[in-house]
Design a protein around this ligand. Sequence first.
Ligand code: FES
Ligand SMILES: [Fe+2]
Length: 400
Amino acid sequence: MGMDSRAQLVSMAKHSFVHAKAGTIDQEPEVLKVPARHYYEESRWRAEMDRVFKRMPLMLATSAELKNPGDYKSLEAVGVPVLISRGQDGDVRAFVNMCRHRGAVIQPAGRGNTKRFICPYHAWNYDGDGALVAVFKEKEFGHVDKSCNGLIRLPVAERAGLIWVHLDPHAALDIDTFLCGYDKVLAHFDFQDWHFFADRRIDGPNWKIAYDGYMDLYHLPILHKNTFGPNMPSQALYTAWGPHQRVSSPDPRFAALEDMPESEWTDEMLMQGVWTIFPHISIASFDGGGRGVMISQLFPGDTPQSSFTVQNYLMEKRPDDATAEAAKAQFALLEYVVKEEDYATGLRQQRALMTGAMSHILFGRNEGGGHRFHGWVDRLIQTDDDQLERLFAQSERYGV
Ligand code: FES
Ligand SMILES: [Fe+2]
């Protein structure tokens, strides 16, 4: 029998404190080598797009962006135009954002609220359920069976105030199987009640160079010494639910909890650190202007050496004028850190690796997040469709 999600959080806090007291971390058995070409080779990158991004559900939106019936979000992910909407029944649906007439993209990228999606090309109309409801000059056009010309549905699931979408309409992997129970732990954020504050886009290097950095605490006191300061912890603890990993540091603050009954330990305290969602999300907590998180969504670009990241800032409470200023300052700092420190470094690293002068890069015994992440990407590339479900069902997960 597995532990429930609250018990998992408490057990992680205790584990963290034991390490903090002893001055130790969990270590992988060996230093890992990853071929340098995995960061720039076209065939490798293509396999990652086809076998990872097109077969795994991706967290493409937060419930906070789509609170009301009729709310929608349009975006392009890995070349696929996606439309996500909340129906009048309250359920979230996802579609390929493409008109059944001749394939025009219907709703421009962005968010809004509407009862009808109207194609800008010849004004065919679709309702919030994606059903085709009106054909312009239908008599002149000729007969179209409306019942089978609705927008093409994409598999979707809303869990823990986050929305996952498969980019392939025929993707078979069940979203709950993929989540490995991780959503139950993420649910302790209560994101469905949070406020969407702001977002922006930052260009970066190969998606894995960028993503490696989100699982890496080893660099914090070095690369970010001028922004976060030299006292950031470099030690990391990794906890896995299938391919999804929580990254935290051995935290001496948990010592203060020792004298307090466990039932009084708050979710806010227990949810500190970075929560990654495979293959391309990071959720990190901050407190400028009140409790907030930055949810980073990394999207591969059009080439192996490019990606872009959407930074979303969510706040537990809708800010007033004063707290909004502080939140803005917090979010601005995070733009600077990621753009000028992480990705500026990553873009130079990309160019250096592409010389081919080095056959492999290294992940230390202290960098378990990278070990597990690259292991999963490799395994997914090697796993055929009919074995995918089993791979996730049998994978390691916390407390089981
Ligand atoms: S392509 Fe949409 S109405 Fe013609
Ligand atoms: Fe960083």
